[in-house]
Design a protein around this ligand. Structure first.
Ligand code: ADP
Ligand code: MG
Length: 267
């Protein structure tokens, strides 16, 4: 199946008077990688949550190709092929890497609502497990399949999150700060992995990221948000030169960063 076009049309998200998103519009062309940047509190995570059906949209429309997904529940949006990762890591620390990946395959199970692989028929389970192993190989986690997720180094944890989103077999992949907390080398590698996944799996990708090195090197287009509004949009080279971006983005204080150890799941 070919990758979808994402259309965000005048989308507004309001929280008791506060406009987290104010008539935000942009289009993500099929098979492209689209970055959303902006200062802390600009509405980036709210936008991703709106795209997945987690936050209620108070105005406007979201379309996946010609299908409107604006008011669908998160599980319905996921069933249409939208996979995502979260800003804060949400893997289960007590479970193995393989089990965490199997959780990612839930929506693909026959019943669609089974909560554990143990409930699957043995043949179906074997098929899902084989695919989970392939995806682990793709992200470089083959050797860690039996490791308890809570014991993984932070870099592997970020890969696991990414791999788990891929396990949904998404057509639209949404990533919230995929390289946050990684060092330069790890960030570059994960960025390249996003591009490799896009090619190998025919994905459309939307991601939020503060690491401008990664944004500029992997994004086809960039939308810049500030105070819930789109303040700029364009190819990386254009956005980098845009004076509005420089003042909105570079003028803001740095997003507070928790250290690698602090972000690590307790063992
Ligand atoms: N669930 C929520 N309830 C109330 N306000 C929220 C909620 N989520 C986000 N906001 C507010 O919306 C604005 C945008 O937040 P967010 O989307 O998290 O920004 P970003 O991800 O760009 O840092 C902020 O003012 C934030 O406080
Ligand atoms: Mg955020």
């Amino acid at each position: 199946m070919s990758p979808p076009r994402l259309t965000v049309d005048e989308v507004t998200v309001a929280f008791s008077g506060l406009l987290a998103l104010d008539a935000v519009s942009f289009t993500v062309e099929p098979g492209t990688v689209h970055a959303v940047i902006g200062p802390n509190g600009a509405g980036k995570s709210s936008l991703l949550n709106a795209l997945c059906g987690i936050y209620p949209v108070t105005g406007g429309r979201i379309l996946l190709d010609e299908h409107e997904v604006t008011r669908l529940r998160p599980d319905r949006v996921a069933a249409l092929g939208v996979g995502r990762t979260f800003q804060n890591i949400v893997v289960s620390p007590q479970e193995s890497v393989l089990d965490n990946l199997m959780v990612g395959r839930h929506r693909l199970t026959r019943a669609g609502l089974v909560t554990t692989a143990l409930w699957l028929g043995r043949r179906e389970q074997r098929r899902h497990e084989a695919r989970a192993r392939e995806i682990a190989e793709f992200v470089g986690l083959s050797a860690r399949l039996d490791t308890t997720a809570g014991r993984l180094p932070f870099g592997d944890l970020k890969r696991l999150e990414f791999a788990r989103a891929l396990c949904l077999e998404p057509r639209l992949l949404i990533l919230d700060e995929p390289v946050a907390g990684l060092n330069t080398t790890e960030s570059r590698e994960l960025g390249q992995l996003v591009l490799a996944a896009r090619r190998a799996l025919d994905l459309t990708v939307v991601f939020v990221e503060h690491d401008m090195g990664v944004v500029m090197s992997i994004a086809d287009r960039i939308t810049v948000l500030d105070f819930g509004k789109v303040v700029a949009e364009g190819a990386p080279a254009e956005v980098r030169r845009d004076p509005t971006v420089v003042s909105a983005y570079l003028g803001a204080p740095e997003e507070p960063r928790t250290g690698r150890e602090a972000e690590r799941t307790p063992q």
